[in-house]
Ligand binder design. Structure first.
Ligand code: C2E
Ligand code: MG
Ligand code: MG
Ligand code: MG
Length: 282
């Protein structure tokens, strides 16, 4: 202990950097086997159409149950996957799994779209188009039940190439939405360039939505969405008061812990049945 205390700041700092680096290297190594070892799984979070008092589809969110390290966030392992070709196989698996889920729900009479988060890295040389095509072919679901979520930051490079692919994919009938809207640098300008069906207002706008400035920004986005015929979805709605404030300024579609946390596959149908039973009708 005395020895440890005797170390200077610089040494402690480099020691911590070392641990981060070691974890990253281990994750990178183990991620290669995560798919075949079935350590990856999807959870599903509903979107809620408040105006229509009904479910408005699901978003699939990926999880990694590491055998030693436990649950790893996509914020940590997706960037690692993106540095190699692993992102391609992971994305294909995610598309296929989400589409299979949509198909399974349909067999139970639940017709809802499932949105998949896409990484910029798969929008290269028509890769994404082929991946989506394969998913639609093999799952047998109609394209309208699949949705892709893209982000502003992924449009920073290769805008034209990505745009071309998005147009192809959208012409197949797959919906496209802009995730984390308002967190990048080119939000509004991009609306004029990218084919879109929906924008998802980032959680930073729904955080302390009681502030007049936040409300003004949200209203402006709602107006834009209305004019451009885009759905606007508020992310990160956590409380009833968030819901009320958002509803008062004209927001219709919500997503967040207030409605449901992301759910395991086996819990989704029960949740939908509960919602059907309660006063809210589907
Ligand atoms: P995102 O797509 O913007 O997803 C929203 C994140 O906010 C999710 O975190 C979700 O669990 C969380 N969230 C939802 N409602 C609330 C709420 O009311 N309050 C709070 N505090 N958080 C809420 P998650 O699942 O950890 O995902 C983080 C990010 O990782 C996602 O952000 C997305 O960018 C990325 N991601 C997740 N799954 C995938 C995937 O399959 N592929 C790729 N490429 N990225 C993914
Ligand atoms: Mg998303
Ligand atoms: Mg989001
Ligand atoms: Mg986000």
């Amino acid at each position: 202990q005395a020895k440890r205390n005797g170390r200077n700041q610089y040494e402690i700092y480099t020691e911590e950097m070392g641990e981060t680096e070691i974890r990253r290297m281990q994750l990178e190594k183990d991620l290669r086997y995560a798919l075949e070892r079935q350590e990856l799984f999807l959870v599903y979070q509903p979107k809620w159409h408040l105006g229509g008092n009904r479910l408005h589809g699901f978003e699939a969110l990926i999880r990694w149950e590491h055998p030693q390290l436990g649950l790893i966030s996509p914020m940590e392992f997706i960037p690692i996957a993106e540095e190699s070709t692993m992102i391609t196989s992971i994305t294909q698996w995610t598309l296929d799994t989400a589409a299979a889920m949509a198909f399974d729900l349909q067999s139970k009479g639940i017709y809802q779209s499932i949105a998949v988060n896409m990484s910029a890295k798969v929008f290269r040389s028509q890769q994404a188009t082929e991946m989506v095509n394969k998913t639609l072919d093999e799952s047998g679901i109609d394209a309208q039940f699949l949705e892709l979520e893209i982000t502003e930051t992924m449009m920073l490079t290769n805008l034209n190439e990505i745009n071309l692919e998005l147009n192809r994919i959208r012409s197949m009938g797959v919906r496209i939405s802009m995730d984390d809207f308002g967190t990048g640098y080119s939000s509004i300008g991009l609306l004029d360039e990218i084919p879109l069906d929906a924008i998802k207002l980032d959680r930073k706008f729904t955080l302390d939505v009681e502030r007049p400035t936040k409300q003004a920004i949200i209203q402006a986005v709602l107006f834009l969405g209305d004019s451009l015929q885009l759905e606007v979805i508020a992310e990160g709605v956590e409380t009833e008061s968030d819901e009320i404030l958002l509803q008062n300024i004209g927001c219709d579609i919500m997503q967040g812990y207030y409605y449901s946390r992301p759910m395991l596959t086996e819990d989704v149908v029960n949740w939908v049945r509960e919602v059907e039973k309660s006063s809210r009708c589907l």
